[in-house]
Write a protein that binds this ligand. Structure first.
Ligand SMILES: C[S@@+](CC[C@H](N)C(=O)[O-])C[C@H]1O[C@@H](n2cnc3c(N)ncnc32)[C@H](O)[C@@H]1O
Length: 298
C-alpha cells in the first residue's frame, strides 16, 4: 500500500482553526481524498471476507434478482468494484448505471468496465438529473451513504429514480462495540484526529443518523413510509502480517488522511500493537470489521 498523502483541504484547515466546515467544504475534502487516493476503499474492502467467504460487495450484490430486476444503479460507485461484481454475476440480464461525484474514481471504474453499455455519470447523489424518474429497479450503495450530507435529498432522489417495488440496499458501518479490536483501532485513529483537530468529533463526515439502525430506520420511514426495512449485521475480516494489516486497516479510515505524518506514524505503531494481539502461529493477524446491510423493499 503506498504511503498516504496528507490532505490539507479547507475542511481540515477550518477544523484546525476551530471553525465549523460547511457542506461545500465536506465535498471538496472528499474529492481531494479521492483524487489523491482513488480506489482506496476497494484496496481494503475487496479482501475483507465474512465467514461464508463473501466480501461486502458480494453480500450487497445478492439482493439483485435478475428475474425481477433489470436496471441497477451503483450509487457512489467509486472505482466500480460492485458494478463489476454485478456484471460478472448477471451479464446482459441487467443494465448497469454508476454515479459518483469523483472524476478520478470514475476513471478507474471506466478502465475496469470499458463496455460503453455500462453508463457512468459524474453527479452528486443529491441531484441525479442523469437518471429519469422510475428509471431503475435496484439502487445499491456500498459504503458511501454514511458520507452523504445532506442525506434527505439523496433519499428523495433514490425514491424518484426507483420504480414501484424497487429496492434500495446499502453497506453501512456496523456496531463498533461488536468487535473489540475494531473498537480499539477506531479509538486510536479518532483520538489522534481529535488531538490534531479539536472539533473533529463534531464534524465527522456524513449524517450521523445513517450510522445507527434506529435513527436510520426513522429517516427511511420519512421518505419510504411503506417500505419494509431490514438492517442486518455482518462481520468481515482481513488477515495478514500485522505491519501490513495495520497500514491497510488505518488507510481505510478517512480520518487517517488528515493526520500529520508524525501522528500517522504513531497511529500505525499503536494499530500494529492492537492487531499483534491476535497473531496466530503462522505470524498472521486479523482485522475484523463490523458492517451492516440495509435493505429497503418498496
Ligand atoms: C468510501 S468510497 C466508496 C466507493 C465504492 N462504493 C466502493 O465501496 O468501492 C465513497 C464514494 O462516495 C462518493 N461520494 C461521496 N459523497 C457523494 C455524493 N454526495 N454524491 C456522489 N458521490 C459521492 C465518493 O466520491 C467516493 O467514490
Amino acid at each position: 500500500m503506498p504511503e498516504p498523502i496528507h490532505i490539507d483541504s479547507r475542511w481540515a484547515q477550518r477544523l484546525r482553526s476551530g471553525e465549523q466546515p460547511d457542506a461545500a467544504d465536506v465535498r471538496e475534502h472528499l474529492l481531494a481524498v479521492h483524487q489523491r487516493h482513488a480506489g482506496f476503499t476497494e484496496a481494503v474492502a475487496r479482501g475483507c471476507r465474512d465467514a461464508a467467504g463473501r466480501n461486502s460487495y458480494e453480500w450487497l450484490a445478492e439482493v439483485i434478482d435478475p428475474s425481477r430486476h433489470r436496471t441497477v444503479l451503483d450509487l457512489a460507485c467509486g472505482s466500480g468494484v460492485l458494478a463489476e461484481v454485478c456484471l460478472q454475476r448477471h451479464g446482459d440480464a441487467i443494465e448497469l448505471i454508476g454515479v459518483d461525484m469523483s472524476a478520478d474514481e470514475l476513471a478507474l471504474a471506466r478502465r475496469r468496465m470499458p463496455n460503453p453499455g455500462v453508463r457512468l455519470h459524474q453527479a452528486l447523489a443529491q441531484s441525479m438529473d442523469c437518471i429519469p424518474d422510475a428509471g431503475v429497479d435496484v439502487v445499491l450503495c456500498h459504503w458511501a451513504l454514511t458520507l452523504m450530507d445532506p442525506i434527505e435529498p439523496v433519499l428523495a432522489e433514490i425514491r424518484r429514480v426507483l420504480r414501484p417495488q424497487g429496492i434500495l440496499a446499502a453497506i453501512i458501518d456496523g456496531d463498533i462495540a461488536s468487535s473489540p479490536s475494531y473498537a480499539a483501532v477506531h479509538d486510536v485513529i479518532y483520538s489522534a484526529a481529535q488531538h490534531e483537530y479539536p472539533c473533529y468529533a463534531n464534524a465527522d463526515l456524513g449524517d450521523a443518523r445513517v450510522r445507527t439502525p434506529e435513527p436510520l430506520a426513522a429517516l427511511l420511514r420519512q421518505t419510504f413510509p411503506d417500505a419494509s426495512v431490514r438492517i442486518e449485521p455482518g462481520l468481515v475480516s482481513l488477515d495478514g502480517a500485522p505491519q501490513t494489516l495495520a497500514q491497510e486497516a488505518t488507510g481505510f479510515f478517512y480520518a487517517s488522511f488528515v493526520l500529520s505524518p508524525q501522528a500517522r506514524a504513531r497511529v500505525l505503531a499503536q494499530v500494529a500493537t492492537i492487531l499483534c494481539a491476535d497473531v496466530g502461529s503462522d505470524g498472521r493477524g486479523r482485522f475484523d470489521m463490523p458492517i451492516r446491510r440495509l435493505v429497503a423493499q418498496l
